[in-house]
Write a protein that binds this ligand. Structure first.
Ligand SMILES: [Zn+2]
Length: 346
């Protein structure tokens, strides 16, 4: 499974994908940029189209560039969607992975008719972009079964090698009227079963839980912006589980590291901790942000590696409890394993 960290064009630091950067992470296999950022920054859009995304970002060979369509951003803005401009961008900037130009993400608290409209409009874009490498998008929610039948019944969409699954963020973030997490997990398993031969990309869920859930359902890739969001709030991630607050940046609250946590951090092998130790993690400004973000992404990449290794060896179920010690995600993972078992017995 490829973990795809989301970038922000507003601040490209830390350049974890760039071999020339002190924060370079050699294990990184992909990054994701959002078309919404390029839409807001025409000069950067132009430069990326001229040079191609990979060379404009300066990614090392072997790192794939994923493009997000910026659906969340455009949903909140009135007016026509820049579909043509997106097409043009895809053609010239040549990302390695790109979804349909727009999908309409239903909010959990929408009335059923509005959710049905989101479904119809998204399917319309899926059908309009059945050609070339546009990856179709479906959403977790009450209309998921309709999505899967519509894609499977469509001669071209059913043949596409890739699929993207969205709508998980509002549901797992406990938005008003969000689905119970068991239903979200059932949806994820349903998609995996229906599209066994496709590379399924899961639009980001968050931190550590993302990696475990996506690994267990056999997703090909998953993106996450959690490494940067957490860093901006002074948070760092510890292997296996929770966040700890290490830099006091205002009103953000969180658990502070224990003596054992600090000891663990002192031995961290990420490029940030190796260079500046815990001092860098605690720092304010761009230095602290870059150190924490690099550290968080390094931990997520290690986590993905661990999950993959344990699943392959058949030891995940035996070991995840210790790994996710005290994590609020433990019950979610336990429920997913139970659902999978029930599933394989039927
Ligand atoms: Zn570190």
């Amino acid at each position: 499974m490829i973990l795809v960290p989301g970038l922000s064009l507003k601040n490209l630091e830390p350049r974890v994908w760039d071999p020339k950067s002190p924060f370079f992470l050699p294990e990184l296999r992909a990054v994701m940029v959002s078309y919404a950022d390029f839409h807001r920054m025409p000069a950067r859009r132009f430069a990326a189209m001229k040079q191609g995304l990979a060379s404009w970002l300066g990614v090392s060979s072997g790192v794939k560039v994923y493009l997000d369509n910026g659906a969340f951003y455009f949903l909140r803005r009135p007016g026509p969607r820049p579909q043509r401009a997106y097409e043009e961008f895809v053609e010239c900037a040549t990302p390695d992975w790109w979804p349909i130009p727009q999908d309409y993400i239903p909010a959990p608290n929408m009335p059923p008719a509005a959710k049905a409209r989101c479904y119809q409009r998204t399917m319309e874009v899926n059908r309009n972009y059945q050609h070339d490498g546009y990856v179709p998008v479906v959403h977790i929610g009450p209309l998921l079964l309709r999505y899967t039948s519509a894609v499977l019944e469509h001669p071209k969409l059913s043949q596409k090698p890739k699929l993207a699954l969205g709508g998980i963020v509002p549901n797992l973030l406990r938005a008003p009227k969000a689905m119970a997490y068991v239903d979200v997990l059932k949806g994820l398993l349903h998609v995996r079963d229906k599209f066994e031969t496709k590379d399924v990309h899961v639009f980001g869920i968050g931190g550590t839980a993302t990696v475990h859930i996506a690994g267990l359902i056999g997703a090909a890739s998953v993106d996450s912006s959690g490494w940067r969001n957490r860093a901006a709030r002074g948070l760092i991630q510890l292997p296996g589980s929770g966040d700890r607050i290490v830099a006091n940046l205002g009103n953000w609250r969180g658990r502070t590291p224990s003596v054992g946590d600090w000891e663990q951090l002192e031995t961290c092998k990420c490029p940030a901790c190796k260079q500046t130790g815990v001092r860098g993690l605690k720092a304010k400004g761009i230095e602290g942000f870059s150190c924490r973000a690099t550290h968080n992404l390094f931990v997520l990449l290690q986590e993905a590696k661990w999950v993959e290794k344990q699943i392959k060896a058949g030891s995940y179920e035996r070991k995840y409890g210790d790994r996710l010690d005290n994590s609020i995600y433990q019950p979610i993972i336990r429920a997913l394993l139970e659902l999978q078992k029930g599933h394989s017995q039927t």
